[in-house]
Design a protein around this ligand. Structure first.
Ligand code: ZN
Length: 116
């Protein structure tokens, strides 16, 4: 285990509203989808895990674990990580149509060119 992705657990509908609010305030939005119904919002009350970038060849993986009936996102290494190496995981965004594609600049040999 490397770090827990902490923040406020909110329902998807609330997350959609908050995302629009944060964007209207020009805030960086930091959210992690737990499942279809819930999202962790780390925008206001998050930890350093929210700054971990996406990579198509990541050195970490994420998993949802249930601790005393509460879901938590745990970021774990999936291979040996060198000192000073940037941490990354695969954001696994849902696929979007051409107009909503986010380009990927991770630089991995197997980069998929798009994050969604
Ligand atoms: Zn990439």
């Amino acid at each position: 285990m490397v770090i827990e992705y902490i923040g406020a657990i909110i329902r998807s509908e609330v997350a959609n509203r908050k995302e629009r609010l944060y964007e209207s305030q020009n805030r960086g939005v930091y959210m992690f989808r737990i499942d279809n119904d819930y999202v962790i919002d780390a925008t206001i009350a998050g930890g350093p895990a929210r700054y971990i970038n996406h990579s198509c060849a990541p050195n970490c993986m994420t998993e949802v674990v249930s601790v005393e009936k509460e879901n938590k996102i745990i970021i774990s290494s999936c291979r040996r990580i060198q000192r000073g190496e940037e941490l990354s995981y695969d954001y696994k965004f849902d696929l979007e149509d051409d107009q909503h594609k986010i380009p990927c600049h991770c630089g991995a040999f197997n980069c998929r060119k798009w994050m969604n």
